[in-house]
Design a binder for this molecule. Sequence first.
Ligand SMILES: NC(=O)c1ccc[n+]([C@@H]2O[C@H](COP(=O)([O-])OP(=O)(O)OC[C@H]3O[C@@H](n4cnc5c(N)ncnc54)[C@H](OP(=O)(O)O)[C@@H]3O)[C@@H](O)[C@H]2O)c1
Length: 342
Amino acid sequence: MRSIVYSRTGSSSVLSLEEREPGNPGPGEVRVKVTVSGVNPTDWKARAGSGAKSAFDEVVPNQDGAGVIDAVGEGVTGLAVGDRVWLYLTQHQRPTGTAQEYTVIPAERAVKLPEGIGFDIAASLGVPAMTAHRALTVHEFGPARLSRGSLDGRAVLIAGGAGAVGHAAIQLAAWAGANVIATISSDEKAALARAAGAHHIVNYRTEDAAKRIAEISPDGVDHIVEVSIAQNAALDGEVIANHGSIAYYADNGGEEATIPLRPTFAKNVRIQGLLLYTVGEAALSAAVEDITAALGDGALPVGEKAGLPLIWFPLEETAAAHDSVEHGAVGKVLIDVSGDNR
Ligand SMILES: NC(=O)c1ccc[n+]([C@@H]2O[C@H](COP(=O)([O-])OP(=O)(O)OC[C@H]3O[C@@H](n4cnc5c(N)ncnc54)[C@H](OP(=O)(O)O)[C@@H]3O)[C@@H](O)[C@H]2O)c1
């Protein structure tokens, strides 16, 4: 089979296309014939470095993907050969990412797709949708699970609504019934956030964001999904509602944040850090179930019309796909592993 591998960290030039034998699934594992591999910032960040040897002799990159179950290991229940699945965290503490034709992974990392859901959607879920799910479910008095109507009557502010996580957060929050406000930095990104389902768009570069958000939601916003707390802490403190949650998942825009104390403690604000790798299995399985329900409702489409342009690469150009994400591609970078998805 064709595999993209690296054995030392570094620029995308450490990635090479090699022939490898597909592995066999052990107990509790499945082998998946990968159709599409999804690329996220975490994939190039894990690969990048100064030439240090990686934890495994050889690593296949990319956490997310989609494909078909091809073999099932001992003790696996609920999955069978031929099942179409979406994949998440396939390369966490293991070398078995999705930039290859077959990958062997723990069975819980493969989730059955509802009828009629394309592999492009399936490979776009993983990291972005699971991060968005967690960020939307950490409110002190909010629902711990998302479903249709679970966020009825609540206002959600999503920073960077045209980003991959931002896009998933808009879709999940809108599906759950929230009044969704997204911030963006350009007209192009405004159109994408609107297409994703945001009810209100605020350009944080050209508008007074705090004033606009207060006009839209005079009682404040209940949930904030934050990509840049370093830059937005003051804004978030100003617009958050009493008992609101600010879930931050990235250090975009700076590695330290100055939190305005009085506005946040006076409003009993919950400031919640979030890293998918360490969030725990309970949060991951809650996300899996709720995302699958949203998928079944057709609530998570991709493509330009749905606010997430797809940027395709063939498997042999995985290095270019990583570079594209690293350089801030607007949309979702996907690798057409089987060659028949575009
Ligand atoms: N903690 C976790 O588990 C986790 C999970 C997923 C992703 N991440 C991290 O989250 C970040 C985003 O990931 P992604 O896949 O969504 O990337 P992406 O598709 O490149 O989107 C990043 C977005 O950040 C926005 N942004 C940057 N500064 C902003 C600011 N000051 N205010 C509002 N928006 C701002 C940009 O939009 P504008 O141009 O509109 O500002 C851009 O659309 C990455 O650093 C990634 O590593 C962390």
